[in-house]
Ligand binder design. Structure first.
Ligand SMILES: Cc1ncc(COP(=O)(O)O)c(C=O)c1O
Length: 406
């Protein structure tokens, strides 16, 4: 089935903006994706017809707001194939991983081990290092293969009877590599370890069925899923949420407070202290509904066609090298490359003059940059609304950078 990219583009008003006489070729979706009218409308509707705090008021606006907020939780749950009460709204992926590191982390003791990889975003490294300082856990890291995948051949060596949690990126924000989740889950089960996936770059590419993946925790960020900023979600199996102590204390997360002690509300409220980001949560729910309505098989083929166009185009540019899988197998539409002799920031600046928005730098993955002895890369990351015009503008810009900056 063909994919009607023009129709999708029409849902994203920002894509027809002209800035400094140049159109926008937005290839920085891995940082933050753009937002469709359906999401903007849902947030506006809440703000103009139902704005109130949630879970506390008895008046009609508060009831409406609570209904929308809990409806959004159900939308996120449906998108992930799980139960609404297993979804905790957070500030984003970083906040969700920190929540797990603090709450689940309290269940870990000195000598327990957490396994991550060299491919992780800093948000899946630093919280574990901080937990190591707080409670004396040990941190291990899987290496990365030359083509930018987590090297799962090292699993038997790095999983030990003390490994309690394996926390890995589902799709790399640098190389686009897709994790072989089944292998990880199988290995984890041999020692009874839990598995958490950082879904920041996978969730924007279509619905998931988390129970069949066999993992225990999953995190995603609203702003990468065509939703608002400042919102994200943590999914965890209900028995894990039940066992986890709260991370932040305050209003809304309690059962009963006396000056002597507090008892806590059941999950997910136990983990949502204070007034949550209500409008953004409603926007994320709308984004999940929007994503669920897309033909992802066609959208994926469309995007992978764009990746192939980038890979082919870069091959013809002298000095351009890909960091990541060279084929389309088990990869998502994120392409990182270096242009020998040219700093990635200069490549990105040249691209901006061609109207092309990309990300350049270490992508919050400094251990990965160290692994490949790089300061950084230039990264093009795609969404269903990107088209061949975007890719051709990218390649024209890279060619220009190669010809003028070296
Ligand atoms: C793989 C990955 N994990 C985590 C994050 C952090 O997400 P956020 O900044 O929304 O907390 C990002 C953002 O770039 C990411 O790409």
């Amino acid at each position: 089935m063909t994919f009607d990219v023009a129709a999708v583009r029409r849902e994203f008003p920002i894509l027809s903006e002209i800035i400094d006489d140049r159109p926008i070729h937005y290839l920085d979706n891995g940082a933050s994706a753009q937002t469709p009218l359906a999401v903007l409308d849902a947030v506006r509707r809440y703000e103009t017809t139902s704005r109130a705090n949630v879970l506390r008021g008895v008046h009609r606006l508060a009831e409406r707001a609570t209904e929308l907020y809990e409806g959004a939780r159900a939308d996120v749950a449906r998108f992930l194939g799980v139960q609404p009460m297993e979804i905790v709204f957070t500030g984003g992926c970083t906040a969700a991983i920190n929540l797990v590191a603090h709450s689940y982390g309290q269940l870990l003791k000195r000598g327990d081990r957490v396994l991550i990889s060299e491919l992780e975003h800093h948000s899946n490294i630093v919280p574990w290092q901080m937990l190591r300082l707080r409670s004396g856990i040990e941190l291990d890291a899987l290496p990365v293969t030359p083509d930018g995948r987590i090297d799962l051949a090292a699993l038997p060596k790095l999983i030990t009877p003390e490994t309690r949690l394996i926390s890995l990126v589902h799709v790399s924000n640098v190389t686009g590599a897709l994790l072989d989740v089944r292998k990880v889950v199988e290995a984890a089960r041999t020692v009874g370890a839990k598995v958490m996936l950082d879904g920041a770059q996978r969730a924007p590419h279509g619905p998931l069925d988390l129970p069949s993946l066999g993992v225990d925790f999953y995190v995603l960020a609203g702003h990468k899923c065509y939703g608002p900023n400042g919102i994200g979600a943590l999914w965890a199996r209900s028995e894990l949420l039940e066992a986890m102590p709260p991370f932040m204390g305050g209003g809304s997360m309690i059962a009963r407070v006396t000056l002597a002690e507090t008892t806590f509300a059941p999950p997910p409220r136990r983990f949502e202290a204070g007034t949550p980001p209500i409008g953004p949560a409603i926007g994320l729910g709308a984004a999940c509904r929007w994503m669920a309505g897309l033909d992802w098989s066609a959208a994926h083929d469309h995007q992978m066609g764009l990746v192939q166009r980038v890979l082919d185009g870069l091959q013809d540019i002298e000095g351009a090298r890909i960091l990541g899988p060279a084929s389309l197998q088990n990869r998502y539409p994120v392409v990182s490359f270096v242009l020998d002799g040219v700093h990635p920031h200069d490549v990105a600046q040249t691209l901006d003059s061609f109207g092309v928005a990309v990300r350049a730098g270490h992508h919050c993955a400094q251990p990965l940059m160290d692994r490949f002895d790089l300061d950084g890369t230039t990264r093009a990351s795609m969404a269903p609304y990107n088209d061949t015009g975007d890719i051709d503008a990218l390649l024209t810009g890279v060619r220009h950078a190669a010809n003028t900056l070296r």
